[in-house]
Design a protein around this ligand. Structure first.
Ligand SMILES: [Zn+2]
Ligand SMILES: [Zn+2]
Length: 428
């Protein structure tokens, strides 16, 4: 059998990595402007963490986690998202006792055993941002604005996105008002049970809110005839939503209230939001977030409300780069073309000298003609080539060729500082 990567798991070639790296850089830069600090949590956690946080009855824990028994007989799970792990860390390390509010973020892979399709992988990367402290509409507005700020930042460099971003918000209500909606929803859905898709028939009792955002036409039809959550909001939830809407508008953020927006995770209360890339594919959600007031408490910590969001790096990459736009190389590469063994030895030393001075250098030791080496350098998009042939060496010189301008000049081989200056001044 031919060895292949596991389905839903992707290899990254250098160009993929450059895109990822670029998106991480953008995220780190913007997050730091908002006072967020990077943390790291393990990829593996005890299964119990996800059962207690995400909830046993959700689709995620029921069907989508990579869970296994390790050699000590302990049930472990590859993290399907980062919020639960960060909450665990905040509790375990008593972070809340030292600082409040807490502004943390982490970047890394998540794992879910979902059906792979365009824009959906089983190993996927997220920028996960979490804020703990007193959550007011001001905090919510700042976080929503932050998510948009990060996502749109690459437009400065690459121009407007092909798939414009669309911000949708909703309130899931609170423990005061959500139960009555849930009750209404279950009984209304039961009457139309036969019309729902198979998954939703299963969801009906354990996770009825998920029926609201089912993509099946039959379910959409049923849902469109029902009352929406906002008709059940208590006055506090209503006021909160109005305040938040006003703040988002004052920030100049365009948003839509989507009453069918829900979350697959049990722990969200009140404000949730999603940012979609219009027309990207069936999987068009690039960022999803919301507020979780009781999660830390439920995991055995203090009363510490939180709000967070996660950006799907692969999908964001599709929005920024499309299928084929490459991230430009930021540092010019100097290519050394030595001819013969003596030249190879000089190239070995010279490339080290240049690297020590911060110049990215790649020598070609291959036994090929100068023409072949230059052709290769051209293919790499190299801007400068240092040619070390017999003639040059006999004069103790090296030839600097500017590939773009097509010019070349002889420079002293033993005056590295001069050489470096020449390269740097040409690069400017
Ligand atoms: Zn309420
Ligand atoms: Zn359905």
């Amino acid at each position: 059998m031919k060895l292949q990567a596991v389905r839903g798991f992707k290899d990254w070639l250098p160009e993929d990595f450059r895109r990822y790296h670029y998106l991480c850089e953008v995220s780190r830069k913007i997050l730091s402007l908002y006072g967020f600090e990077e943390v790291k949590i393990p990829i593996l956690e005890r299964t119990e963490l996800y059962v207690r946080s995400i909830g046993e009855v959700t689709d995620i824990v029921q069907k989508e986690t990579y869970t296994f028994i390790d050699r000590n007989g302990e049930s472990l799970t590859l993290r399907p998202e980062a919020t639960a792990g960060i909450c665990r860390m905040v509790i375990e390390k008593s972070v809340y006792a030292k600082q409040k509010p807490i502004r943390f973020f982490t970047i890394g892979p998540m794992f879910r055993h979902e059906r792979p399709q365009k824009g959906r992988l089983r190993e996927f990367y997220q920028v996960s941002v979490e804020y703990f402290g007193d959550i007011t509409p001001f905090v919510e507005a700042e976080l929503i604005n932050l998510s948009m700020h990060i996502l749109k930042e690459p437009e400065k460099e690459f121009g407007s996105f092909l798939h414009p971003l669309r911000l949708e918000i909703n309130s899931l209500g609170c423990p005061e008002c959500r139960p009555s909606y849930r009750e209404y929803l279950v009984s209304a859905l039961k009457e139309k049970k036969d019309e729902l898709c198979k998954t939703c028939q299963e969801r009906l009792e354990r996770n009825p809110l998920r029926v609201l955002d089912c993509k099946e036409d039959a379910c959409k039809r049923v849902v469109s005839g029902l009352k929406t959550l906002n008709e059940f909001w208590c006055s506090a939830c209503r006021e909160h939503f109005t305040k938040l809407s006003g703040l988002l508008s004052s920030l100049g953020l365009k948003f839509f209230h989507n009453p069918y927006l829900v979350r697959g995770l049990d722990y969200y209360v009140r404000t949730i939001f999603e940012i979609k890339a219009e027309g990207l594919s069936a999987q068009d959600t690039v960022c999803a977030g919301g507020r979780y007031d009781y999660l830390v408490e439920e995991l055995g910590g203090p009363k510490l409300p939180g709000i967070g969001f996660a950006i799907g790096v692969e999908r964001w990459g599709l929005v920024v780069f499309g299928e084929d736009r490459a991230v430009p190389e930021r540092q010019a590469l100097v290519f050394i073309a030595p001819l013969g063994d003596q030249a190879n030895e000089l190239a070995l030393k010279l490339s080290y000298e240049l690297r020590v001075r911060g110049i990215k250098t790649v020598p070609s030791y291959e036994d090929k003609s100068l023409k072949a080496k230059l052709r290769f350098a051209d293919k790499l998009g190299v801007e400068y080539v240092l040619i070390l042939g017999e003639d040059e060496i006999s004069q103790n010189k090296v030839c600097l060729k500017d590939m773009k301008r097509g010019t070349q000049e002889l420079l002293p081989l033993d005056d590295i500082a001069f050489l470096v200056n020449r390269i740097k001044s040409q690069a400017e």
